[in-house]
Design a protein around this ligand. Structure first.
Ligand code: ATP
Length: 238
């Protein structure tokens, strides 16, 4: 595994209305790894993702993509550098057929029309189950299918770096397990670097190369999954 850093938060402090939600967080995502971010509700995981993706301005600190300072850039600019976000709660329009959600997503990201069919073909190759419900309104799909659509939409941008905010939310444990295998396969095949936020710790660790634990806006642990699993105190907490 290459150890070059593709996405970094350096000493980030950020919050809402003057109240910091995360303080002095430094996290580095390396090329071609799955890094899982663990922590209870309110630990600040989503806030960190928002800062990394240009959806929230930090009060201090630096965000870097491929070693280049992108602090203060917006989500469109960050996405143009090959970063995509699968948001918490999926963020898909329930009344629209999956096909239209994909078209709108590509239109919004400025994907040229002549490339759109190829991009959809590529996503369907990676997540073939989606082809069974391309013409159905997203609101009629199961939670697992909706999550796949949300991942598919992010992949249409052909990212190198994928940020995923709690893909297990609303999914039965079995469905989440079923989703993890394609995520890992995708990461290895396409050499993606994935920052995965999860509360479903044991399952997420199975596909992770490294993990970071956050508590009350601070980072309290960083290491490899096996070390975390050996740490009874932390495993009990999470
Ligand atoms: P969750 O799993 O519940 O999403 P999280 O670890 O992602 O938890 P954040 O959503 O980053 O945590 O929240 C960190 C803190 O910031 C919490 O205290 C939360 O209440 C607060 N917070 C989050 N979003 C907002 C917002 N839009 N306005 C005000 N406070 C917020």
């Amino acid at each position: 595994m290459s150890s070059s850093v593709v996405l970094a938060a350096k000493n980030i402090t950020a919050g809402y209305g003057g109240h910091p939600a995360i303080s002095d967080i430094t996290v580095e995502l390396r090329a071609n790894e799955v890094l899982t971010l663990i922590g209870h509700n309110g630990a600040g995981k989503s806030t960190l993702l928002k800062c990394l993706f240009g959806l929230l301005e930090s009060e201090s600190g630096i965000v870097a993509v491929d070693g280049e300072d992108v602090t203060g850039q917006n989500a469109r600019q960050i996405s143009d550098r090959g970063v995509a976000l699968v948001p918490e709660g999926r963020g898909i329009f329930p009344s629209l057929p999956v096909r239209d959600i994909f078209s709108l997503g590509m239109h919004a990201s400025g994907v040229p029309k002549k490339e759109q069919a190829d991009r959809i073909g590529w996503v369907l190759e990676i997540l073939p189950a989606i082809s069974e419900f391309m013409n159905r309104p997203a609101g009629n799909l199961s939670g697992g299918q909706q999550q796949m659509v949300s991942i598919g939409r992010a992949l249409l941008n052909r990212p190198r770096i994928l940020l995923m905010d709690e893909p297990s939310i609303g999914l039965a444990p079995k469905l989440f397990q079923d989703l993890l295998a394609p995520i890992r396969a995708l990461q290895q095949r396409e050499k993606l670097s994935i920052l995965l936020v999860e509360q479903n710790v044991r399952e997420a660790l199975k596909i992770s190369d490294r993990a970071v634990v956050m508590k009350s806006g601070s980072m309290i642990w960083e290491g490899e999954p096996a070390e975390l699993e050996d740490n009874e105190r932390l495993m009990e907490l999470y």
